[in-house]
Write a protein that binds this ligand. Structure first.
Ligand code: SF4
Length: 97
């Protein structure tokens, strides 16, 4: 079965020139951590999700998921977020692993 999405395809909405610096991403992560209305994952879960993203063929520019256009450092942080990999969340596939 083909999804029509190939790992070599670039994200349609993003280009490398829009990639934020690692300092900017770190500042955004810190800002979200300080917001009390957000339910965040544990540090262990956060690191697990990021490790999966970093080994995923859908990660672009070392920062952005090509399926949702999100910065993975931000998306991985939030409890209600899930991995948008087609047909099966990579994060949920590895839950409890
Ligand atoms: S959110 Fe899912 S599909 Fe996107 S880069 Fe991470 S593991 Fe890959």
């Amino acid at each position: 079965m083909t999804t029509g999405i190939h790992s070599a395809d670039p994200c349609k909405g993003c280009r490398e020139t829009v990639r934020p610096s690692s300092e900017r991403i770190a500042a955004l992560v810190e800002k979200i951590r300080k917001q009390s209305d957000r339910v965040l994952v544990t540090e262990e879960e956060y690191n697990k999700r990021l490790a999966l993203c970093r080994s995923c063929e859908s990660l672009q520019y070392d920062s952005t998921c090509k399926h949702c256009g999100c910065l993975v450092e931000i998306r991985s942080l939030q409890q209600e977020s899930d991995c948008p990999y087609p047909f099966a969340s990579k994060w949920r596939m590895h839950e409890g692993a």
